[in-house]
Structure formats: C-alpha cells, structure tokens
Design a protein around this ligand. Structure first.
Ligand code: FAD
Length: 259
C-alpha cells in the first residue's frame, strides 16, 4: 500500500508580516512543518505500524529549504520523499499548487492508495488544496478526519468531526484525507530515524520533470488576486454570568441586547 503525504513548510505564524501585494512576507522567517501535516504523518505511521508492505512517500512543493520538512518526515517514519521545486512555481495560488502537487503525484508515484493532507496550512489557511488535488486526480475526499479507524486494500474507514459531533465515514480507495488534531499523542523521532533522514537521498523535481506546462503553474496558472488582507478585530473578554434559572437567563439577555 502506498500512502502519499503532502507536507507544506510554513512560516512560524507568530512573526507574520505582509508584502505590498497582500501576500505573506516569507523571507527571513523561521519555518516549521505545518502542524496539521504532522497529524497526517502520524496517521500514516500508525497504518504502517499495523500493516505489512506499507510505503509512506512525503511530497512538498516549495523552495529548496522545504527539503527540511521532507527530512523531518523521514526521521519520524516516512520511507522516502521528494521536493517539487522550480522558480516557475513561484506565486502559486491554491489552483496552481494543487495542479503541481497532483501532477507530481501522477507522474512520480505509481497507483497511490491514499493521499493524506493537513486540513489547513496555518499560513494560507484556505483548506482548498486537498479538495483540488482530489478533484484533479478523480479521487474521493474526506475532510476533518480526526482518526483513521481501519484501512483495507479497497476501503478506508475514518472518524471525522462535524459541527455537532463525530461521524464515521467509509470511502473507497484511492482517496484523499484532510487531517485535524487527533486525540492521541504524536510520536517522537528515534535516533535511527535521524540517521536515516540524514543519509537518505531526497530528489528534486522541476516543472519539466513532472511534465507540466508554464501556463498552469506558478503566477501564470494562478487566477487568485488578493485585494485586501487584514487581522480580524480582537474580541473583548466579555463578562461571565451565572443565572440560576432559564427565566433569569432570558431576562439578562433581553436587558443586554440592542433591539
Ligand atoms: P491549504 O489548502 O490550507 O493546505 C491544506 C493542506 O494541503 C496542507 O496541510 C498540506 O497537506 C497540503 N499543501 C498545501 N500546500 C502545499 C505545498 N506547497 N506542498 C505540499 N503540500 C501542500 N506561497 C508561496 O509559498 N510562495 C509564493 O510565491 C506564493 N504566492 C502566492 C500568490 C497568490 C496570488 C496567492 C493567492 C497565494 C500565494 N502563495 C504563495 C500561497 C500559496 O499559494 C498557498 O499557500 C498554497 O496554494 C496552499 O494554500 P494554503 O496555504 O491555503 O493551503
């Protein structure tokens, strides 16, 4: 079974600044593996720990320094990984990013069974990339996955979060999952993992290597235009009231709302 893990290297968001074009100023920022992708990696490792013949392949699109997140995934349990990197990918929106990622998966990984993504990237935060990958590859997708309960050669059963609780959903493979924070603890890398990650070969693929054309990637393939970027207004702390009856609660609400 082949599990593809899409990992994005993101800036440590505490430091975010904006460019004149309302995109994130990435230069000079500390970078980390997108936290939601660490949940995806853990889910993949758990499958590998319980099944024979599972291969985890991590993929990132980004500048050369994104290799760091591929090596980090190898230290934790991925078997191999590669970086999709080309100056022509610069300025990619979610459409161009998903075209590039799905193109690389199609071109470099034969018959993947499962593609695991994070639900969101903490910088772009659109949650669009996994759905677009699924659509471009013609695979099913399940969002807000908290846990993979079971996986066979043909199906995957997951626990997903919905507004008013938990749903158990089964999908046919191949399928794309978007992961949120699980209830279990994440693994730590072992010393052997660090050694493996250090020595492993991490190939780089360019636009030509994955057989895409310049019109569909990077800024040319990105119809998104960011007109404005702003921080939402911080809400005030509010006041905690503890009315004893429903009648008192209604009275307080009626006294405090402006109608
Ligand atoms: P989401 O859709 O929220 O991510 C969900 C999941 O998808 C992630 O957890 C991960 O599993 C997967 N994923 C997302 N992106 C990647 C990736 N790159 N590699 C592997 N897996 C991934 N960003 C730049 O870095 N450089 C730029 O020059 C740049 N220019 C931009 C120009 C415009 C006009 C716009 C709108 C955005 C630009 N961005 C740029 C941001 C970039 O396009 C988005 O970050 C990217 O498309 C992914 O969207 P997201 O961050 O919302 O990810």
């Amino acid at each position: 079974m082949k599990i593809v893990l899409c990992i994005k290297q993101v800036p440590d968001t505490a430091d975010i600044k904006w460019t004149e074009n309302n995109t994130i100023q990435r230069e000079g920022l500390e970078s980390i593996m997108n936290p939601f992708d660490t949940y995806g990696l853990e889910a993949a490792i758990r499958i590998k720990n319980n099944k024979d013949n599972v291969e985890i392949i991590s993929v990132t699109m980004g500048p050369p320094q994104a290799e760091t997140v591929i090596r980090a995934s190898l230290a934790l349990g991925a078997d191999r990984g590669f970086v999709i990197s080309d100056r022509k990918f610069a300025g990619a929106d979610t459409i161009a990013t998903s075209t590039t990622l799905s193109g690389a998966i199609k071109n470099k990984i034969e018959n993947p069974d499962l593609i695991i993504c994070g639900q969101f990237a903490i910088d772009g935060d659109t949650a669009q990339t996994p759905a677009m990958i699924a659509q471009k590859l013609g695979y099913a997708q399940v969002t807000y996955v908290r846990e993979i309960i079971d996986i066979s050669e043909t199906n995957v059963k997951v626990k997903r979060e919905v507004e008013d609780g938990i749903e158990i959903v089964e999908a046919e493979l191949p399928c794309v999952l978007s992961m949120i924070k699980p209830d279990y603890k994440l693994s730590r890398p072992l010393i052997n993992g660090f050694k493996y990650a250090q020595q492993a070969e991490v190939p780089y693929y360019s636009m030509e290597d994955i057989e895409l054309s310049a019109e569909n990637v990077g800024i040319k393939g990105s119809p998104t235009y960011v007109s404005k970027a702003f921080r939402p207004e911080q809400k005030q702390g509010g006041e905690k009231l503890k009315p004893e009856t429903i009648k008192d609660t209604v009275k307080i609400i009626m006294e405090n709302i402006n109608v």
